[in-house]
Design a protein around this ligand. Structure first.
Ligand SMILES: [Zn+2]
Ligand SMILES: [Zn+2]
Length: 336
């Protein structure tokens, strides 16, 4: 089968992704093989290709926002039949036995394996996954091209929204408006919340306003119109964390979504940190994924996206790096 593999990490302009013919993966035990029809391209894939994150497996096929059709079953796989539509996220498997797995916090499992990072992912014609870690998309009516980005920014957004503890009628602030924030905005507005968004991108400002943001500006320069009950923060700019706290009410929660962060300094503890909670998003978990799939389907959460042909993945990733994406996300579409 054809696959884009990363063997040596280097800047995307130097083509770390190589198109290769690799052996077709064979499902064993409870694994299923999925013929990929759509795979979202994520900024994490760019980090993996360029070396911002060290390689866990070499070579690796990136891609963790996968939608496809079950095409072969391992000898003990019973959950799906061939022809069923499934999704695969970053969470490829966990041990199922540690204290985190047993109490439902599988995202903290020390043995977590991640799709497109520890295990080959969806920048390929076929991919394997343990049946229990595939998302069941048989009763979902959203299109596969809209479901692919839900597998990462959608689920992650729901995770952030859930742990922000925000309630109906409250005010939500966000810094950074990428696809994850987009999904949060759509859900928050469907629940009647007031949402303030700080972003520098002119294109993203327009999309935020189009989908109901109550205020769009730049928190580095100005305050929100009101302090918020919850604040979800996406960039890696630690210097803005205190600005976010300054715009959050006591009793409020600040959720940090980034994987890395420049140093965070709090100069005024009493006015800005005292009474607030700070939480971080860590990996992905299936319960939040299943919850969000139902919400997304009910709200018909489509997203403005750019479709990418399989052959054009490296070019698309170069444009992602330059910030030259039409819409909010890029989705690879596999055509026969
Ligand atoms: Zn992702
Ligand atoms: Zn575990």
């Amino acid at each position: 089968m054809k696959a884009w593999v990363v063997e040596e990490q280097k800047p995307i302009e130097e083509n770390p992704l190589q198109l290769r013919d690799v052996p077709m993966p064979e499902p064993k035990g409870k694994e299923i093989r999925v013929k990929v029809t759509h795979c979202g391209i994520c900024r994490t894939d760019l980090h993996i290709a360029e070396g911002d994150i060290p390689l866990s497996k070499k070579p690796i096929i990136p891609g963790h926002e996968i939608v496809g059709i079950v095409d072969a079953l391992g000898e003990n796989a019973r959950r799906f039949r061939t022809g069923d539509r499934v999704g695969i996220s970053w969470l490829n498997s966990t041990c199922g036995k540690c204290k985190y797995c047993l109490r439902g916090d599988e995202n903290y499992c020390p043995e977590i394996r991640r799709t497109g990072y520890d295990v080959d992912g969806g920048f390929a014609e076929y991919v394997l996954v343990h049946e229990d870690y595939a998302f069941d998309l048989r009763d979902i009516s959203l299109s596969s091209e809209d479901l692919a980005p839900i597998m990462c920014p959608g689920i992650t957004g729901h995770y952030a929204f859930r742990i922000s503890e925000i309630k109906e009628g409250e005010k939500l602030g966000m810094l950074g408006f990428g696809p994850t924030a987009y999904y949060i905005l759509r859900v928050a507005k469907s629940m009647g919340m007031e949402v303030y968004i700080s972003t520098r991108s002119e294109e993203h400002k327009k999309i935020a306003i189009k989908y109901g943001a109550d205020w769009v500006g730049n928190i580095a320069k100005e305050n929100f119109p009101d302090k918020v009950d919850a604040f979800i923060f996406f960039p890696t700019a630690g210097n803005l964390v205190e600005r976010a706290l300054e715009n959050t009410l006591p009793a409020g929660t600040l959720v940090l979504g980034a994987v890395t962060m420049s140093p965070i300094t709090i100069s005024n503890y009493s006015s800005n940190l005292w009474g607030r909670k700070i939480k971080t998003i860590y990996q992905v978990r299936r319960d939040f994924g299943n919850e969000f799939l139902r919400i997304a389907d009910e709200l018909n959460l489509t997203i403005e996206k750019e479709m990418v042909r399989f052959e054009d993945v490296p070019e698309a990733m170069k444009r992602l790096k330059r910030g030259d994406v039409k819409g909010m996300v890029q989705v690879i579409e596999f055509v026969e």
